[in-house]
Design a protein around this ligand. Structure first.
Ligand code: KG4
Ligand code: ZN
Length: 334
């Protein structure tokens, strides 16, 4: 079964053709990052406008790259929640129009579920149940993936998402948007023990996260130094910050797996590209004889292929939308 999938939840306009949920025939991503960089973050109104301009060409290229015509497509899948509402609406309305015109079933896909599904593309043997750490610019969740469309959130951030904390700390250090990847690179040449930063815990909620205090601690260190006319070593500060975030993610994720008896651990979302997080979770799993999976770097960020992968399993579960499908800015993964 071939699915044409569309993603427009944030600042990438993306489309793909995916066969049977696991085989990617094409995957086209038009990124708007260069334009948002000027403003230090995503400007929602600009994002919506760029999606409108790009979506037709991106979808056409996805079909061309796959070497298939619309007649050979069996269903459409589209990200409908959560994300920037104006951005989501572009993909959802395009998909609804195409569904109506081509007479194809329309499958609504939750953005975080699709991040998890990026792992099905690269790891053909991976099947639920497993425990997943979903870490992106907007979310930090520990999710029990009981089945392809049956999930339970057992831990989440109480304030900032991990990616958001990375981006804000990086911006204060003068790195361009999105800063997570720049901070990660700078940290590779730094000493993680050079700055003592808080390692936050949420009292009474062992699987929940809190990153805003940590982010504020870094911002205060930088501002205090600049008021004294000095600067801090960026590599060391990046390494210390990255260690604090990754320690917190790793500790809670491993504890949750131990408590609930999961032996297959999966990373997903933009922050799953973080090199220390990948190393740490792999090491902890190796020690215990557990299996560890994460997507290849090119499937960690937003893309259309992951929407086609999850869309396949949503279709099998009978999750088909009508023309009344609406975009939603927030929605639980459950
Ligand atoms: O999943 P994603 O592409 O978009 C959302 O759904 O939010 O995640 C983007 C986030 C950004 O905050 C970005 O800085 C972060 O993922 N990110 C990283 C790395 N690569 C991307 N954070 C830390 N280390 C990285 N290597
Ligand atoms: Zn995302």
């Amino acid at each position: 079964m071939k699915i044409l999938s569309i993603e427009s939840s944030c600042d990438e306009t993306a489309a793909a053709v995916v066969e049977d949920g696991r085989r990617v025939l094409s995957n086209v991503v038009a990124s708007q990052v260069e334009e948002h960089k000027l403003y230090g973050g995503v400007v929602p109104e600009i994002a919506s406008r760029r999606h409108c301009e790009a979506i037709n060409g991106v979808v056409k290229k996805a079909l061309d790259d796959a070497g298939v015509s619309l007649d050979e497509i069996d269903a459409l899948a589209v990200t409908y929640a959560p994300g920037l509402i104006g951005a989501l609406l572009v993909g959802v309305n395009f998909a609804k129009g195409l569904s109506l015109a081509a007479g194809l079933p329309l499958v609504p896909v939750h953005h975080l579920r699709s991040h998890i599904a990026s792992n099905y593309i690269s790891h053909k043997e991976l099947e639920p149940p497993f425990l997943c750490l979903v870490v992106s610019g907007g979310h930090s969740h520990i999710v029990e993936v009981k089945d392809y469309t049956d999930m339970k959130v057992i831990g989440k951030t109480r304030d900032d998402a991990a990616g958001e904390a990375f981006d804000k700390a990086a911006r204060t250090m003068g790195m361009p948007y999105p800063g997570g990847i720049h901070l990660d690179r700078a940290a590779e040449d730094g000493d993680p023990l050079s700055f003592r930063l808080p390692h936050p815990r949420v009292e009474g909620a062992p699987y929940d996260f809190s990153f805003s205090g940590l982010k504020t601690a870094v911002i205060n260190l930088i501002h205090n130094a600049s008021q004294k006319g000095s600067t801090l070593p960026v590599n060391d500060l990046s390494a210390s910050f990255r260690k604090a975030v990754v320690d917190s993610l790793t500790d809670n994720f491993i504890r949750a797996a131990e408590d609930l008896g999961y032996k297959t651990l999966v990373l997903a979302g933009g922050v799953s590209a973080n090199s220390l997080l990948r190393r740490r979770i792999s090491e902890e799993c190796d020690k215990r004889g557990w299996r560890c999976y994460y997507p290849p770097i090119e499937l960690c960020g937003d893309n259309g292929a992951m929407v086609g992968a999850q869309g396949y399993y949503e279709y099998l579960a009978g999750n088909i939308a009508g023309t009344d499908l609406n975009a939603r800015a927030t929605m639980t993964i459950e």
